[in-house]
Design a protein around this ligand. Structure first.
Ligand code: SF4
Length: 439
C-alpha cells in the first residue's frame, strides 16, 4: 500500500516519522507524496503549542472527506494520540488507529489490521525497554545526515510543558547500541550525526553506563563522522565536562541550542526551569570560553502568566547580552494538565503580541548583524543539495548551522567544501568557491 506521513512538531517527531516510514517499507509498503493518492495516511502529532493542535484538527477535517471518497486508512500517532488516548476515537470516529510515541513500532501491524477488516488498533503504554526507541530508520531522506534518538521523555516538569505527560519519564538507550548504530551509519556514508532527546544532557543519569560527555568522546573517535550535533539541552543540566567537550572534540560542531525561555528570574521560577538568568549567562560564557565563535540558538516564551513589563525587559536584556544567532519565540499557550495552566495573571493577547513582535524585530537585526559579520571569512560547508531559490546553485550548512548558497558543480553535493562568504542576509549567507573564475 502507498502511505504518506504528515508530520507536526520537533526534530524528535521528524525522526519518529522516519522510523515509521522505515517500519512500513520493511513490511512491503511504499512511500508516497500526495495525500489524495495514498492508501494510508498517518498524522504524527505535536501538542506542545495550541497552534500545532489546531492545525492537526483542521487537517483531520480534510482527511475525513478523503476517507468518505476512497476508504483511505487513517492513523494518528505522537503526542496528541498519547494525550487523548481512547477519547480520540470519540472526537475522530473515522480513524483506524492511534499510537502514542512509545508505540510507533506497531504501525505496520495497525495498518495491516485496518486493511484486513477495519480492525481498530490503539496503544498508549509507556513500554519498558521502549521498542520504538531502538528502531533504526533507513535514513534515506537526508543522504549524508543522520539522526539518532539516544533518550526519550523528560523528568523536568517545566510548568508550561506537556512533554513529561505525553512522552513519559526519561529513558536512555544503551551506549553500546547508540555507538553501534552510529558506526553503521558511518559505514553507509553518513558524515553528520545529530543526537536527539528531550533533554540529552540527562542521558544515562543515575546509571553506570556512558555519561553524555563520554558518549560524545566515543562518537568523536568513529572514523567517517565529521560533524556531531545534539538537541535539546537543558541549561541546568549542562555539566562542566560537557562544556569542556566543546574545546576538545574535533567533530563537535560550534553551535548549541540552549532554550532560555525568559530573562526574568521571577518568571523562570514560575516556569520551574531550575536556573536563574545569571546562571544561564554563566554557562553561555563558559561555552564561549571553551569554543570562541560558538553559535547560540534558543527558545523563548513571551506572555507567560504574570509576566509584566519589567520581566519582559529582562528577556530583552538577556537576548542582547547573548546575541543569539536565532531564537524560536512564541506566545505562551496554556496546555492541559500543566501547572502553568492554573496560574493567575494571564497576559492580554494584545500585549503578548506586541511583546513578541518587539522581540522578533530586534532578534532579526541581531541575526542579520551576525550573518554580515561573516562576510570575508572562509567556512566549511556540508553541501546538502540544490539551492531552494535557484536551480544552478548549491546549498549547504556551516558547522555553526547557517545556510550557505553558492554556485558550484552538482558533483559537490554531499561533500565538505571550503566556501568564501561574500554576503550575509537575514536567513542565509551567499558564498563563492575560492577558485571561482573572475575573482
Ligand atoms: S525540559 Fe522542560 S520544556 Fe523541555 S521537555 Fe522537559 S519539561 Fe518540557
Amino acid at each position: 500500500m502507498r502511505f504518506v506521513i504528515e508530520n507536526f512538531g520537533c526534530q524528535m517527531n521528524d525522526h519518529d516519522m522516519e522510523k515509521m516510514g522505515s517500519v512500513l517499507i520493511d513490511h512491503g509498503h511504499v512511500a508516497g507524496k500526495d495525500i489524495d493518492d495514498a492508501d494510508v495516511v498517518i498524522v504524527n502529532t505535536c501538542c506542545i503549542r495550541e497552534k500545532a493542535e489546531q492545525k492537526f484538527y483542521s487537517l483531520m477535517g480534510r482527511l475525513q472527506h478523503l476517507r468518505r471518497k476512497k476508504e483511505t486508512i487513517l492513523g494518528v500517532t505522537g503526542c496528541i494520540a498519547q494525550q487523548e488516548k481512547e477519547n480520540i476515537f470519540e472526537r475522530l470516529p473515522f480513524i483506524d488507529f492511534s499510537l502514542g510515541p512509545s508505540n510507533i513500532h506497531l504501525v505496520a501491524e495497525a495498518v495491516e489490521k485496518a486493511a484486513a477488516g477495519r480492525i481498530r488498533t490503539s496503544a498508549f503504554g509507556d513500554n519498558g525497554g521502549s521498542p520504538s526507541l531502538v528502531i533504526r530508520p533507513h535514513n534515506t531522506r537526508r543522504g549524508i545526515k543522520g539522526y539518532v534518538t539516544i533518550m526519550k521523555g523528560c523528568d523536568n516538569f517545566c510548568s508550561y510543558c506537556v512533554v513529561p505527560y505525553v512522552r513519559g519519564r526519561e529513558e536512555s538507550r544503551k551506549g553500546t547500541d547508540v555507538l553501534a548504530e552510529i558506526r553503521e551509519m558511518a559505514e553507509r556514508g553518513i558524515v553528520e550525526v545529530t543526537l536527539l532527546g528531550q533533554n540529552v544532557n540527562s542521558y544515562n543519569n543515575g546509571s553506570d553506563d556512558l555519561s553524555f560527555p563520554e558518549l560524545l568522546c566515543e562518537i568523536d573517535a568513529i572514523p567517517g563522522i565529521s560533524r556531531l550535533r545534539f538537541v535539546t539541552s537543558h541549561p541546568k543540566d549542562i555539566s562542566p565536562d560537557l562544556i569542556a567537550c566543546f574545546g576538545t572534540l574535533k567533530t563537535l560542531c560550534e553551535s548549541i541550542h540552549l532554550p532560555f525561555q525568559s530573562g526574568s528570574d521571577r518568571i523562570l521560577a514560575l516556569m520551574n526551569r531550575g536556573y536563574t538568568s545569571s546562571e544561564y549567562l554563566a554557562r553561555v560564557e563558559a561555552l564561549k570560553e571553551q569554543c570562541p565563535g560558538i553559535a547560540f540558538t534558543a527558545d523563548c516564551i513571551v506572555g507567560f502568566p504574570g509576566e509584566d513589563d519589567e520581566d519582559f525587559e529582562a528577556t530583552m536584556r538577556l537576548m542582547e547580552t547573548v546575541r543569539f544567532d536565532g531564537v524560536f519565540s512564541f506566545i505562551y499557550s496554556a496546555r492541559r494538565s500543566t501547572a502553568a495552566a492554573l496560574l493567575p495573571g494571564r497576559v492580554p493577547p494584545a500585549i503578548a503580541h506586541e511583546r513578541l513582535s518587539r522581540f522578533q524585530k530586534r532578534q532579526r537585526v541581531i541575526t542579520l548583524d551576525s550573518n554580515r559579520a561573516m562576510e570575508g571569512t572562509r567556512v566549511e560547508v556540508l553541501v546538502e543539495g540544490q539551492s531552494k531559490n535557484s536551480a544552478d546553485e548549491l546549498s549547504g550548512r556551516t558547522r555553526t548551522g547557517k545556510i550557505v548558497n553558492f554556485k558550484g558543480d552538482p558533483g559537490l553535493v554531499y561533500k565538505l567544501v571550503e566556501v568564501d562568504i561574500i554576503k550575509g542576509y537575514a536567513n542565509s549567507l551567499r558564498g563563492e568557491l575560492p577558485d571561482t573564475p573572475g575573482r
